[in-house]
Design a protein around this ligand. Structure first.
Ligand SMILES: NC(=O)c1ccc[n+]([C@@H]2O[C@H](COP(=O)([O-])OP(=O)(O)OC[C@H]3O[C@@H](n4cnc5c(N)ncnc54)[C@H](OP(=O)(O)O)[C@@H]3O)[C@@H](O)[C@H]2O)c1
Length: 251
């Protein structure tokens, strides 16, 4: 039996990763702050797929929360074989108007948390004969776009390198880079999405399906959907200065 640990599993992409991994027969460990939502999802997955579920409520930006998840990754009993680093959010206010502490908390969750969990998971997975780390990044990581995009660029670069470095030890590291996905992400950052055209939106099941397929195929980076792959490819042809200028609009 294999066990997948998903961070940010109480909503959006994380809940969908947990659903698809459970449907494929993986036991799941669900991590987020909202214990009630995690318990409801755990009951659903147990009922629907007959897998073993664990609820691990943790605020990942706290030392205790992060330590609890690292401990679970090291646990030899029911060992974790798939880690999904997914928990995240965005900030809407302008960089200089955002309190420094808020920016630092965001950087902590988007970069330092996956760094710490990967640091724990890679040797643990390698010692058990291998496994997968799925890092949920963003197309924003390819386009200079504030501190959020910079953090996601770190995750993409890290995944690309770690995949090459640790594959010989059986550990596959994959950055999944979605465009806009209908989740709670935009509502939580109080972004008015009414003017965003329908064609820009992706549905979580598709993003997760393509993400997991790429991860289990051993790939380092995947951009779900043809339309966003075309956008990222087009961006690569433009001069860096022009791409950075695109970041002047919005956050
Ligand atoms: N939606 C998009 O358009 C989009 C596009 C590209 C990339 N992404 C990335 O996809 C990932 C998932 O986002 P989503 O769209 O699914 O957003 P979402 O629906 O708002 O879900 C975010 C999840 O992260 C958890 N979380 C937030 N802060 C946490 C903390 N301090 N400790 C533990 N868990 C925490 C939340 O749970 P609790 O509140 O219960 O803690 C929730 O389960 C993020 O990394 C995001 O950057 C999203």
């Amino acid at each position: 039996m294999t066990t997948a640990l998903v961070t940010g599993a109480s909503a959006g992409l994380g809940a969908e990763f947990a659903r698809q991994l459970a449907a494929a027969g993986h036991d799941v460990v669900l991590v987020a702050r909202d214990r009630e939502r995690l318990s409801a999802l755990a009951a659903e997955l147990q009922r629907e797929h007959g897998v073993r579920t664990e609820v691990l409520p943790a605020d990942l930006v706290t030392d205790d929360g992060l330590a609890a998840v690292r401990e679970r990754l090291e646990q030899a009993e029911n060992p974790v074989t798939v880690l999904v680093n997914n928990a995240g959010y965005g900030i809407l206010t302008d960089f200089v108007d955002t309190p420094l502490a808020d920016e630092q908390r965001l950087l902590h969750l988007l970069v330092e948390v996956p760094l710490a969990l990967s640091h724990t998971a890679i040797p643990a997975l390698a010692a058990r004969g291998g496994g997968h780390i799925v890092n949920v990044a963003s197309v924003a990581g390819f386009i200079p776009r504030g501190t959020y995009g910079a953090a996601k660029a770190w995750l993409i670069s890290f995944s690309r390198w770690a995949n090459v470095k640790y594959r010989p030890r059986g550990v596959v590291v994959t950055a999944v880079c979605p465009g806009l996905v209908r989740t709670e992400f935009h509502r939580r950052m109080e972004l008015d999405t009414r003017n965003i055209p329908g064609v820009a939106w992706l549905e979580a099941p598709r993003v997760v399906r393509e993400g997991l397929a790429a991860a289990f195929a051993g790939r380092a980076v995947v951009v779900p959907s043809k339309r966003y792959r075309a956008l990222v490819s087009a961006g690569r042809l433009l001069p860096d200065r022009l791409m950075a200028a695109a970041g002047r609009v919005g956050r």
